[in-house]
Design a protein around this ligand. Structure first.
Ligand code: AMP
Length: 595
């Protein structure tokens, strides 16, 4: 098949913004493509060679692509650069250069055209594949030579599209869904086939493969497509509602509520001792998480499995969950491994999609979770998401508060009805998220008193990992705990802490200290420190304002950070319990106003 046929279709597609017209052009093309190369045509039309999750890249920077153009038209890199400046992009520049070259001299033109061998789809695809695969020493030269050879035989228009593919800028505007639609029209049989094709795509999101099955074996071939370890599945997504009442109504009066961890979703594929991890957007992220790979390898007791969970960074010194996205944004890709060593991850698993040959996606959620619990050897680092079965708004709200207190963003409410399947690729109401819609820093910093300390682990072994901090309750003249602070200290400050607290160490909890936590080291309340944090939450762990807002709960500062020592303040001048309650209330007011 001639590559020019594809290019003609691309031009038509680009001439319209109407999806129906785009689809019609695609259908016309698909109908004339020989079945054995339909996968190649699909990938090329998407501007790639393989599905994204395989992570294949051309590895040819713009500068090198310019070099290939220069070679193909027999000009200098400088000339090409000048034309690029004029036309704005390399694709158009190449088109212009080739057209110009072939028209300047009739002799050249004739000669050139005679020697030119029209490009076939197969040759284009295979050469591009060679370009992508060239690796090691001399790879760059090989890539340039291969591209130049294609361009020499390309028409000016073909050159434009080839370069756009190479530079990852094809952008015809055809979404995966448009291609699915076109496939269903070209090869399917009526409406029913669209649903079958879409299901196949959700569990095996490789459009080239699906097209090939369809073109060669018909819709029955597509029905045979199965979940495959190593091929990521489109994730199920959650809807959102604003109140526990609405959620329970939607889910039939009862549901499972799970902690919604603030991390990164991971779909783990295990085959023997091989593990692959995919992100929510189906990128292969295996190499970013060597520790998660180990956890899956060692703690999933199945030969083959696909499980899902949230990957959360944990502070090894305090054991606290870290806001993971923050870490990811801060770090550049190449530093991730280092970051992972500093902040190892924990996995909180919440679904099982496939275990030892059995596709579980059409089973109801409680059954999937049951399967999951059977194959996970739980440890502190890898376990099932915290969950509870609830049937009243009050229970749901309570579990939500507990989730927040434990460092989560909120909860996920999941249907437990017989139809509660894993809706791959669908955002529906079988999962409903419930979280706060604000991300406020504490309105003010607080001054707290150190009343105890916890020994550090890992890098902080032999030093304090975190200090137990308390607010002052003037009515009873006691100090009530409100957080454990381990971040914000410089290395020197950390180094100095044990020495600094030495004069205040006692071998039991100080009588003026009210704490539910057992510190490793207790202090006389003496040293005041200024602390900031993300927000104040209800907490079953801290005694500040215990029982005054809610039975069985006090208040805690989430993600506290040390700012500085306040030697100017006596412990009795620290922020009071009452002030913390006021801060909590004003925060709630802000939420109510924003809601
Ligand atoms: P959102 O990103 O706000 O739409 O929320 C959905 C995301 O929450 C999922 O993609 C997961 O990454 C994450 N998540 C955290 N905990 C859970 C859980 N227990 N069940 C499902 N998703 C969870």
């Amino acid at each position: 098949m001639k590559y020019s046929v594809l290019v003609e279709t691309y031009e038509k597609i680009e001439s319209t913004t109407k999806r129906t017209e785009m689809t019609a052009y695609l259908v016309a093309l698909l109908k004339i493509v020989p079945p054995d190369i339909i996968d190649k045509v699909i990938y090329l039309t998407q501007g790639k060679l393989r599905p994204d999750y395989e992570g294949l890249e051309f590895g040819l920077a713009e500068k090198l692509a310019m070099k290939a153009v220069a070679q193909a038209v027999g000009t200098s890199l400088k000339d090409v650069a000048a034309v690029v400046r004029k036309f704005g992009d390399l694709g158009s520049a190449a088109e212009h250069l080739l057209a110009h070259k072939r028209s300047v001299s009739l002799f050249d033109f004739m000669g050139g055209e005679m020697k030119r061998e029209p490009l076939s789809v197969e040759r284009v695809y295979d050469t591009l594949m060679k370009i992508a695969k060239a690796a090691g020493e001399g790879a760059q030269d090989t890539k340039v030579t291969l591209l130049a050879s294609l361009l020499r035989d390309a028409s000016p228009k073909e050159a434009r599209y080839l370069l756009r593919i190479i530079l990852g800028k094809l952008r015809l505007g055809v979404a995966d869904m448009t291609i699915l639609e076109a496939l269903a029209i070209a090869y399917g049989s009526g409406k029913g086939s669209r649903a079958i094709i879409e299901r196949a795509y959700n569990i095996y999101p490789d459009l080239g493969y699906i097209a090939k099955m369809l073109a060669s074996k018909g819709i029955d071939g597509v029905k045979q497509i199965r979940i495959t370890v190593g091929v990521p599945i489109m994730p199920m997504l959650a809807e959102r509602l604003r109140t526990p009442e609405e959620i329970l109504n939607k889910l039939g009066g009862k549901c499972v509520v799970e902690y919604k961890y603030d991390g990164m979703r991971i779909q783990a594929h295990k085959k023997g001792s091989e593990v692959m991890l995919f992100s929510r957007r189906l990128e292969n992220v295996t190499h970013y998480f060597p520790d998660a790979v180990e956890l899956i390898k060692r703690h999933i007791k199945a030969q083959e499995a696909i499980v899902e969970g949230e990957c959360v960074a944990v502070d090894p010194d305090t054991g606290e969950l870290k806001p993971f996205q923050e870490l990811m944004h801060r770090r550049r890709k190449y530093e991730v491994k280092k970051a992972m060593e500093e902040y190892p991850v924990s996995l909180f698993l919440f679904d099982a999609l496939y275990i030892d040959g059995e596709d579980l996606t059409l089973k109801p959620y409680p059954e999937r979770r049951e399967h999951l619990s059977k194959i996970v050897k739980e440890t502190e680092r890898i376990r099932l998401a915290e969950y509870r079965l609830v049937s009243s708004p009050r229970e749901l709200e309570e579990f939500f508060e507990q989730a927040i207190a434990d460092g989560c963003e909120g909860v996920m409410c999941k249907a437990i009805t017989p139809n509660a399947i894993y809706q791959s690729g669908v955002r529906g109401f079988l999962w409903i998220k419930y979280k706060r819609d604000y991300k406020a820093e504490l309105a003010d910093t607080v001054d707290l008193v150190a009343v105890g300390a916890f020994w550090g682990r890992g890098r902080r072994a032999g030093k304090y990992g975190a200090l137990l901090m308390a607010a002052y309750d003037p009515e009873n003249d006691v100090f009530r705990t409100v957080c454990k602070v381990g971040s914000g200290f410089t290395d020197e400050e950390l180094e100095q802490l044990p020495e600094m607290f030495k004069p205040y160490i006692i071998d039991h909890k100080h009588p003026r200290v009210d704490s539910k936590m057992e510190a490793d080291v207790w202090f006389v309340p003496a040293i005041v420190m200024e602390i900031t944090g993300a927000e104040i939450t209800l907490s079953p762990l801290h005694t500040c304002a215990w029982g005054s807002l809610k039975e069985g709960a006090g208040l805690a500062i989430r993600f506290p950070r040390f700012l500085r020592f306040r030697p100017d303040k006596s412990p009795e001048e620290a922020t009071t319990v009452h002030e913390i309650v006021e801060l909590y209330k004003s925060q709630r007011k802000v939420i109510a106003e924003r809601a």
